[in-house]
Design a protein around this ligand. Structure first.
Ligand code: UTP
Length: 325
């Protein structure tokens, strides 16, 4: 069995961070998004992980090569033509083997082992209240998937596809992806993986659903911070810092310097960063960033960025009122 992780997208919703850093290397709860994903994949019995790179792909490759001693192959997608196209780029390397597809910007809390032991192909799904924003699956009375619909305008199902796909017959997947490309079948301007999966269903491949409760998107600033909150809340932090107030859950890297500050709740302070005379909550301070004399909330401070404020000097008489809005 192999796994493929497409990370070639440009990550436009996370600009400016993604101008210089690939989305998957953004820090969440103390390590890059991609590390959360790969750590769960290397624990499976895989022959190889294929990573599809594009935008800032060299950075991804450099990071993965120095961090993992595991058979990982890099293939490049020269243009971001869609998820279906990204998977097609790796197709010559997964022929003949079951394939696990995991999106590069979503962290899962799912039992991958039980998914890959199914004797059918599997889509991870979650019930959502707003299905029109997602790709959804329609199932029959036996739980077999009969149809996939991308962002349905009319209600057909509330089971959203969450970004974990297990494909038993990967040769048929490759065949369907080839057909998409040859016939130039695009939906919303892109070669969609869901279109290839729909073709597979029509050609007889059995697909079933597996509910995935823990599904944490990292694609937008607000969802990245939400995922940061969730992951931090699962990890205890018991250290104290003599001249700081630490309000868990937090992650403060051992190689960060934090002084005269209030950290947390829900703050990630990454390696090499410096926080002095500040309050940081519900925020991510990335590698080597510096925050001085500032109050930060709901913020993402990029690698080596500097945020420097100042204290106010006041000479305020009795019964005066000063408000910062
Ligand atoms: P997204 O749809 O989130 O696209 O891709 P994106 O480029 O990463 O982000 P935005 O929309 O510009 O903000 C979901 C996953 O599929 C990969 C992405 O890297 C991400 O892991 N992908 C998407 C590709 O590898 N290639 C593509 O052509 C499209």
């Amino acid at each position: 069995m192999k796994a493929i992780v497409p990370v070639a997208g440009i990550g436009s919703r996370l600009r400016p961070h993604t101008y210089f850093l690939p989305k998957v290397l953004l820090n969440v709860a103390g390590k890059p998004i991609l590390m959360h994903i790969l750590d769960s994949l290397v624990a499976l019995n895989l022959n190889e992980i294929i990573i599809v790179t594009g935008h800032l792909g060299d950075e991804v490759e450099k990071f993965v090569r120095k961090t993992y001693d595991f058979p990982i192959r890099f293939v490049s997608q020269t243009e971001p033509l869609g998820l279906g196209h990204a998977i097609w780029c790796g197709s010559e390397h997964f022929a003949g083997e079951p394939l696990l597809i995991v999106l590069g910007d979503t962290i899962f809390d799912a039992d991958l082992n039980s998914i890959v032991q199914k004797d059918a192909s599997v889509l991870g799904v979650k019930e959502v209240s707003n299905p029109s924003r997602f790709g959804v699956v329609v199932t029959n009375s036996e739980g077999r998937i009969t149809r996939l619909v991308e962002k349905p305008e009319k209600f057909v199902s509330n089971l959203a596809i969450v970004g974990i796909y297990f494909i038993r017959n990967s040769d048929l997947l490759a065949e369907c992806l080839n057909e998409l490309l040859q016939k130039d079948i695009k939906t919303k301007g892109e070669f969609q993986l869901t279109d290839a999966l729909q073709m597979m269903i029509e050609k007889g491949e059995k697909f079933v659903t597996v509910p995935v409760e823990g599904w944490y998107d990292c694609g937008k600033p607000e969802t990245l911070l939400e995922t940061n909150r969730f992951l931090l809340s699962k990890k205890p932090y018991n250290k104290t810092i003599s001249d700081c107030v630490v309000l868990p859950p937090v992650y403060i890297d051992d190689n960060a310097f934090v002084s005269r500050s209030v950290i947390g709740p829900y703050a990630t302070i990454a390696t090499g960063s410096v926080v002095i005379d500040s309050v940081v909550r519900n925020s991510i301070i990335s590698d080597g960033a510096r925050v001085e004399s500032y109050l930060l909330e709901n913020s993402i401070i990029g690698n080596s960025a500097v945020v420097r404020g100042s204290f106010f000097q006041m000479n305020v008489g009795n019964s005066s009122e000063i408000n910062s809005v």
